[in-house]
Design a protein around this ligand. Structure first.
Ligand code: C5P
Length: 217
């Protein structure tokens, strides 16, 4: 079995940046599991499905026509990479992600990413459900305010307007749904190492994770 390193935590905590940095440093594959749930949300929106009508959503999850090519997300042949990054898509993703049959349908698809020489997996339940035997499990945290400030900075750098109060509200609503669902809630695995990133910049987070990785041999 190949080496797996899991990075879980709430939205906007820097998991994605850390995971990509570690993947680059180690030469391991990278799984952005949130992109799978966002692709499902995109499909739900495109087909105008009602999030409360779970049967067609489960059917879609079983045959989700998404592929990951380099850094792009391809849905039925169309590049949807930038389309799935909106808060609206994230919100729908977090409303369909609690459905147990949806999670079951997407499980093997995620596990298939674990290939030699190794995998860095980013998500909410990577260490608890998808890769319970991972060699190193990290759990990143930061307050909703700190995460919202980072998001505002990112949006402003991209030339977009940002309303911090609204962003804090969206982050809290999504955290609540992710942490309180019955199936695979957002929580650290018993053997995860938690890193509070509130007072760390991304370089410091990467250095901390790298030293944890080195200390594991
Ligand atoms: O990580 P990202 O913000 O892209 O994830 C979008 C949503 O997908 C999360 O808020 C969560 O509801 C869902 N998700 C999940 N399990 C994962 C990854 C994402 O339920 N492993």
């Amino acid at each position: 079995m190949s080496v797996v390193i899991t990075i879980d935590g709430p939205s906007g905590v820097g998991k994605g940046t850390l995971a990509q940095w570690l993947a680059c440093k180690t030469g391991f594959h990278f799984l952005d599991s949130g992109a799978i749930y966002r692709s499902l949300a995109y499909g739900v929106m495109q087909a105008e499905l009602d999030v409360n009508d779970i049967e067609p959503i489960i059917a879609l999850a079983k045959t989700l026509p998404v592929e990951f090519k380099a850094n792009s997300i391809i849905y039925e042949g169309v590049d949807i990479t930038s389309k799935v990054r909106t808060e609206e898509v994230a919100s729908i993703a977090s409303q369909v992600a609690p459905i147990p049959e949806v999670r079951a349908a997407l499980l093997e698809r995620q596990q298939a990413f674990a290939q030699a020489p190794g995998l860095i997996a980013d998500g909410r339940d990577m260490g608890t459900v998808v890769f319970p035997n991972a060699q190193l499990k990290l759990f990143l945290t930061a307050s909703a305010e700190v995460r919202a400030e980072r998001r505002v900075k990112q949006l402003k750098n991209q030339g977009n307007d940002a309303n911090i109060a609204r962003i804090i509200q969206d982050i809290r609503a999504r955290d609540e749904r992710d942490a309180n669902r019955k199936t695979a809630p957002l929580k650290p695995a018993d053997d995860a190492i938690t890193i509070d990133t509130s007072d760390l910049n991304i370089d410091q987070v990467c250095q901390k994770a790298a030293s944890l990785l080195n200390s594991q041999g």
